[in-house]
Design a protein around this ligand. Sequence first.
Ligand SMILES: [Ca+2]
Length: 310
Amino acid sequence: MSKRTSGSVYVDLVSLAEAAEAPAGPEINVSVGSSSITNGYTQNFGTITVGASSAPVVFSVRNDGTSTLNLGATLGGINPDDFSIDLTGVDLTLEPGESTTASVIFSPTRFGNKSAEVQILSDDLDESPFVIYLSGSAVVSQPNITSLSTYSGLVGSEVIITGTGFTSVDRVEFATGVDALDFSVVSDTEIRVIVPAGAVDGPITVYAGTYSSSSSIFQVLVPPSNLSVSPSEGYVGDEVVISGENLEDTERVTFNGLDADFGAVTDENGNTVIYAVVPEGAETGPLEVRTPGGTARDRGGIRRRGCGCP
Ligand SMILES: [Ca+2]
């Protein structure tokens, strides 16, 4: 700013002083909110529940120098995975007087005290890297299961767990001690989990830090398999013996689509064996056994012998 008065020139001393202070070359100036910060500043994000996220903290970088300031940024330190920096739209080349902003959030995945650091790399002569230390404390909430979408299901099927305090859940376990590898915390009140291989009947338990909560019994269904039928042919009214795997809880036996009377016993090896009677009207065709886990079909099927009137 200058004033011109009757031929004499007066230079504004304040402007002159500012011009004198403007450093030659690039000069980084970092601020959070409206306050400038110095190299080594610590930003504390306070206490956040595991699984939740803090509000973003916006940092702005301005070039107070007289030539171009080139920027880069890295996130490192002890717990970089618990923080994230959003560099969307960041201008990494600042001309004198230009500025750009980036935001950082704290979104811890495990409980405890967390720290990390942002390093702003630039061609500032004496402030590169410009380090901003990040800190925060992660706490967990107590999960509580209130219900399951189903209390039985096959390995590989999905179960929706409903309850409260799920934000911090980092582990889901089936009986007995079988971790679910595939689950997602959809919200604080919903978790979706895939029944893992090896799971057996028992409660589903969710864990958050030192807290846990268990459901009522979940029954793991297994499809019947390896059917073997003896004899493989007979008359209406004949009894056949069906063996195989996972025949417990058999709820239906059919001969070529016709329902048969049947009963189940446990043999000396602990396997379930089904006795079924060839039903009236049965024709030659497949024999099927249905359980809550699915349906198995005898490969050879059963032949109806003669007219069924010996
Ligand atoms: Ca500097």
